[in-house]
Design a protein around this ligand. Structure first.
Ligand SMILES: C[S@@+](CC[C@H](N)C(=O)[O-])C[C@H]1O[C@@H](n2cnc3c(N)ncnc32)[C@H](O)[C@@H]1O
Length: 331
């Protein structure tokens, strides 16, 4: 479908409205206004902001329909209150703080394209800085839960009792699956900061007895020391974060922890085999480029890597534009 001049203009100026909502979220404006109306002066005093700049930001938020204004007070639009009024598992405030953090790296895209990967400093604290990591991982819960529920609904879990979630982040898949399958127990392998965040989710959803959290820097270890004989292993939105060699190497390590007949499931923001559709994985590839991390793959590439790693009965299906499930079985 042809793109219009107006659409091109809206796309290019989109960074302005994006930064307005990300800044307001970062500064705590939506949380402050949750359930109450305040004047511009009250907001700037409460959050210790510059009065003029705060009033202008509030005005822009009204212009964008994110806030409403009446009788001298600013109020949140209903949907904003629901999604950004407080941190919640159904909200968007963590993922927006994560996006705001990435924003600085995105600003360097032209320089990265000119000079190449790794020549421009990227946001490296994503995994190592506690607060930045927390926002990243909570953000994964916010955006991942609907897909995890779909996964739990549609996947065949026959014979699955022991489930490994490699790079499980907040534990969003175990939490969604556990609700429907009371006999499955889980191991989540991840980095130490992430595990601290995951522990809170596991506790909150009453999963303490069914989930084991293991510190495992899985791209860099020679094997996965998280146990073996697993019936199913999930790699959800993990492979794109590493160079090709390490991503492929991880598949072989997962092969080794599965029982014969056990299944690997990769969930990736993967491209179709024409390589240039759909849009989300193509844009997401840039997100990995600016972080000097990995890239996105085509479905055939992922299937080929599974075959090379020894898996058989390989298949793939798209759940939605950001999610393709690629499965294989250890013979
Ligand atoms: C994009 S998140 C995906 C989280 C979850 N699987 C999901 O689908 O929502 C990637 C996860 O992999 C973890 N991770 C990335 N590289 C890692 C490494 N080298 N060692 C351990 N964990 C890693 C991150 O901490 C994070 O939890």
């Amino acid at each position: 479908m042809a793109i219009t001049r107006e659409q091109i203009h809206a796309m290019a100026s989109g960074f302005q409205s994006a930064k307005i909502i990300l800044a307001a979220n970062e500064l705590g404006i939506f949380r402050l206004l949750a359930g109450k109306g305040m004047s511009a002066g009250e907001v700037s005093d409460a959050l210790n902001l510059d009065a003029e700049a705060c009033a202008m930001l509030l005005g822009a938020l009204v212009g964008l329909n994110l806030l409403e204004y009446g009788r001298g007070k600013f109020h949140e639009a209903p949907e904003v209150k629901k999604s950004l009024g407080e941190d919640s598992d159904e909200g968007l405030s963590c993922i927006f703080r994560h996006m705001n953090h990435l924003y600085t790296s995105w600003a360097n895209l032209d320089a990265v394209v000119k000079k190449g990967r790794g020549k421009i400093k990227a946001t490296s604290e994503l995994l190592s800085d506690k607060k930045i990591n927390r926002d990243f991982i909570c953000g994964m819960f916010e955006v991942g839960y609907p897909t995890a529920q779909k996964f739990a609904e549609e996947m065949d879990f026959t014979g699955v009792r022991k489930f490994a979630d490699i790079g499980g982040g907040p534990g969003v898949y175990p939490i969604a699956i556990a609700k429907r399958y009371p006999d499955i127990n889980f191991v989540i392998a991840d980095y130490p900061n992430t595990i601290k965040v995951a522990r809170k989710y596991v506790k909150k959803y009453g999963m303490g007895k069914r989930v084991k959290l293991v510190n495992c820097p899985f791209f860099d270890t020679s094997e996965l020391n998280i146990g073996d004989g697993f019936d199913m292993a999930l790699l959800s939105q993990v492979l794109h974060a590493a160079p090709d060699g390490k991503a492929k190497g991880l598949l072989k390590k997962v092969f080794d922890i599965l029982r014969p007949g056990g299944r690997i499931v990769i969930n990736e923001n993967a491209r179709n085999d024409d390589a240039y559709s759909p849009a989300p994985p193509l844009v997401f590839a840039i997100n990995m480029l600016i972080q000097n991390a990995g890239r996105t793959y085509t479905i055939s590439e992922l299937k080929g890597w599974l075959r090379e790693s020894g898996f058989r009965k390989i298949g793939a299906r798209r759940l939605h534009e950001r999610s393709v499930l690629v499965e294989g079985t250890r013979p």
